[in-house]
Design a protein around this ligand. Structure first.
Ligand code: GUN
Length: 288
């Protein structure tokens, strides 16, 4: 059984970006990410801090906007508009969730799709859907990298039965489109799926993205399957755990991602990759 090491693979990706970023700098291009946090949600503060730290590590410039929870939607949209118009800003990220009085969709729609490094804008989601270029949501993009870099080099996604449990806009749905792009046969299961165990047992690649601790048991897993756990939950003891009951599933799986240290670290690595791609796109003339 292989434990797919997301910490290691995310580090490799960040180191590759660090090298490429130094080369860009020599050509006069500095990659810049603007990070906006509204309010003081402690989990969001940690995420934002980690994103800024990753920028610093790779050599990006990060602009930080930490706004009070009382910020109006109008004020936030005005800031986004300013950042959309700034030539020196490549990526714009508004940390979710935003306070209740702000409409999340209005915020996502306001970001210039060419700076939407989260890949949440309908234009980018649509581009993914029809196989055009665009920014891809970071967590599902990270799962693809785990499969490509974390498994033996002769492992191929093409033709595999892939079952995704969960249909969220930021993980389940884009994940299904990415796996389809890799030529997997894709099933998306969800809370209304009948006979979930049976459906999951068909999977050569099982991707759990529901957000319920330990809901995928050994009875959901075919012998020799690859199991990817996107869940980040806390169990009754307050310990971080995934959607997969790791201890009983690992003995059946061909490969599995741990929580923490699996999918989690990949999200930021892929965000950093999107920022790099944004800077290449924005400086295409200069880099010709
Ligand atoms: N909140 C939780 N995950 C994410 C993410 O990937 N991007 C943003 N902007 N907010 C989040």
């Amino acid at each position: 059984m292989t434990i797919i090491d997301g910490k290691l693979i995310s580090q490799q990706i960040k180191d590759e970006l660090k090298e490429k970023t130094a080369l860009l700098k020599e050509k006069g291009v500095e990659v810049t990410l603007a990070v906006i946090l509204v309010g003081e949600d402690p989990a969001s503060q940690v995420y934002v801090r980690n994103k800024k730290k990753a920028c610093e590590y790779i050599g990006y410039r990060s602009l930080s906007y930490e706004l009070p929870a009382t910020t109006s939607q109008e004020e936030l949209l005005k800031l986004i508009d300013e950042l959309n118009n700034r030539k020196d800003v490549d990526g714009i990220l508004v940390q979710m969730p935003v306070p209740e009085h702000i409409n999340e969709k209005a915020v996502i729609d306001a970001i210039d799709p060419a700076k939407d490094v989260d890949g949440f804008h309908p234009m980018n989601v649509g581009a993914l859907c029809i196989g055009e270029k665009g920014f891809v949501s970071c967590t599902p993009a990270g799962v693809i990298q785990l499969l490509k870099r974390g498994l033996p080099s002769d492992y191929s996604i093409s033709g595999k039965e892939c079952v995704i449990v969960g249909r969220s806009n930021i993980v389940g749905k884009p994940m299904s489109l990415l796996m389809l792009r890799e030529n997997a046969t894709v099933t998306v299961a969800h809370s209304r799926t009948k006979n979930l165990e049976e459906v999951c047992k068909r999977a050569d690649i099982l991707i759990a993205a529901v957000g319920r601790a330990g809901m995928i048991t050994a009875d959901h897993v075919k012998e020799g399957a690859v199991v990817i756990d996107v869940g980040i939950n806390r169990n009754a003891d307050g310990k971080l755990c995934g959607d997969v009951l790791y201890d009983e599933v690992k003995d059946k799986a061909f490969a599995i991602t741990p929580v923490p240290g699996g999918v989690g670290p990949m999200t930021i690595a892929m965000l950093m990759n999107n920022c790099y791609e944004a800077a290449l796109m924005h400086n295409a003339d200069l880099l010709k």
